[in-house]
Design a protein around this ligand. Structure first.
Ligand SMILES: [Zn+2]
Length: 378
C-alpha cells in the first residue's frame, strides 16, 4: 500500500510526481495539476503532499502519510472551497502560512484545490510568492485545465496533466477501497464515464442510480412537443431538489456560525447594522445553490449525451463498449428508430443546451429547446 493507490489510471502523472519526491533536482516549488472533473486532481495533490512529507516517499502507513491524507498534518494546508470564488483574504492567509518554515515536516505544502476560482486581482497577490517561495515551501494548484488559470500563474508552475482513467481502473478502485460489487462497480464506472467520485456514488447509492435512469428515460418518453416541455420541467425540478438537499444543511450551519461570531444569540433579532453581513452570506449561499443546480443539470446532460453516443455506436456498428451497458435494449430501440444523422443532431442539441446553461440562459428555456429537439422525427 502507498499513498498513490487511490490515484487511479494516472501512471505518467504519478511517475512525474514520484520522481520529484525522490530526486531533489527534479523538485520545483510550484505545481499545477490539471485534469477533467473526477480524474482525481485533489487526490493526486494530497498524495503528492504526503509523499513529500513521508521519510519513505509515500509509504501510506507512517504518521506523515496518514495525517496528510486525513488533512491534519500541521505542515500541509489544503484550501478546498465550495464557494464560487476564492477570496483575496483566503489567499493572503495562505501566503502568511507559506512564509513559515515547516514545523516538523520536511516541507510546508499548500494545496489550492480550485485555483480556477481566483479572480485576477487575487491571482496577482499569489504571483510573487509562487515565484520565490521560501526554500521549504511547495505550492500545489489544481484546476480543470491549464486554460483555467492565468498565463502568469501557469508559466511559473510545473504542469502535471491527469487523463480520464480507464473504467476498469476506476471499478477496481471501488472494489478494492469501498468493497463494491465488481459488476456494479464496472457499470457505475462506465456510467460515470470514469468520474471517480460519481462512480463511487452510483456504485453505493441506489437512489443516485435511479435518478440517473430517470434522466435517461427522458430519451424514451418524449413522443411529442407536449412530453418534451413536461420532461424539461421535470429535469429542472429534479436539479433544484437535489441542489436544495445538498446545500440546506450547510447553509443553516454557516448562518448559525456567522450569528455566533457576531455575538447574536439564538432567536434574537439581528441589529440593523449587522444585517448587511447576513445578507452577504445569504447571497453567497444563493449563488452556490444556483451553481450546484447548474452542475446537476449539466451532469444530467452529460448522461443523456452518453446515451445518444451509445445509440450512435450501435448505428455505426463500432466495436466499442457501451457507456450504458445496462440500458442496451433502450439503446438498440433508439438506434433502430432513427438515423445516425438524427442522432448527431440530437447530440448537438444537448451540446447547445449545455453551452446555453453555462452562459446563464434560464435553465427551463435551454432544456425545452433541447427536449423538443430530442423528440422522434418522422
Ligand atoms: Zn509514509
Amino acid at each position: 500500500m502507498t499513498v498513490w493507490d487511490d490515484v487511479v489510471g494516472q501512471e505518467s502523472a504519478v511517475a512525474a510526481l514520484q520522481s520529484a519526491v525522490a530526486n531533489p533536482t527534479a523538485m520545483t516549488h510550484a505545481w499545477l495539476i490539471t485534469g477533467p472533473p473526477g480524474s482525481g486532481r485533489s487526490v493526486a495533490a494530497r498524495a503528492f503532499a504526503a509523499a513529500l512529507q513521508c521519510p519513505q516517499g509515500g509509504c501510506g502507513v507512517c504518521q506523515a502519510c496518514t495525517t496528510t491524507m486525513a488533512g491534519t498534518h500541521p505542515d500541509v494546508t489544503l484550501l478546498a472551497t465550495e464557494k464560487v470564488v476564492i477570496t483575496i483574504d483566503e489567499v493572503r492567509d495562505l501566503i502568511m502560512t507559506a512564509s513559515r518554515s515547516p514545523s516538523g515536516g520536511r516541507w510546508r505544502v499548500i494545496v489550492i484545490e480550485d485555483a480556477d476560482r481566483m479572480a485576477e486581482r487575487t491571482t496577482n497577490v499569489l504571483l510573487k510568492t509562487i515565484e520565490e517561495p521560501p526554500p521549504h515551501t511547495v505550492w500545489v494548484l489544481c484546476a480543470p485545465s491549464v486554460q483555467d488559470v492565468l498565463p502568469t500563474i501557469r508559466s511559473r508552475c510545473r504542469a502535471v496533466v491527469l487523463r480520464v482513467p480507464p473504467p476498469q481502473a476506476v471499478a477496481d478502485l471501488l472494489v478494492r477501497r469501498d468493497g463494491a460489487d465488481p459488476a456494479v462497480a464496472l457499470n457505475a464506472a462506465r456510467a460515470a464515464q470514469s468520474h471517480v467520485g460519481l462512480a463511487k456514488r452510483l456504485a453505493r447509492d441506489a437512489g443516485a442510480r435511479e435518478r440517473r435512469s430517470a434522466v435517461l428515460s427522458v430519451a424514451r418518453r418524449i413522443r411529442g412537443v407536449g412530453d418534451a416541455v413536461l420532461a424539461a420541467g421535470e429535469l429542472v425540478d429534479v436539479a433544484k431538489a437535489e441542489a436544495v438537499s445538498a446545500t440546506q444543511e450547510r447553509d443553516a450551519a454557516e448562518k448559525a456560525e456567522l450569528l455566533r461570531g457576531l455575538g447574536v444569540a439564538d432567536g434574537e433579532t439581528l441589529p440593523p447594522r449587522l444585517r448587511s453581513q447576513l445578507k452577504q452570506l445569504e447571497d453567497d449561499q444563493k449563488r452556490r445553490a444556483t451553481r450546484h443546480q447548474r452542475d446537476v443539470l449539466d451532469r444530467a446532460m452529460v448522461d443523456l449525451l452518453s446515451l445518444y453516443r451509445d445509440v450512435l455506436v450501435v448505428q455505426l456498428g463500432a466495436e466499442v463498449d457501451l457507456v450504458n451497458a445496462e440500458l442496451a435494449e433502450t439503446v438498440r430501440s433508439l438506434a433502430a428508430d432513427s438515423t445516425p444523422e438524427q442522432t448527431v443532431r440530437r447530440m448537438d442539441s444537448i451540446g447547445v443546451a449545455r453551452t446555453r446553461l453555462g452562459g446563464n440562459v434560464a435553465p427551463l428555456l435551454a432544456l425545452e429547446a433541447m427536449t423538443i429537439a430530442l423528440r422522434p422525427q418522422g
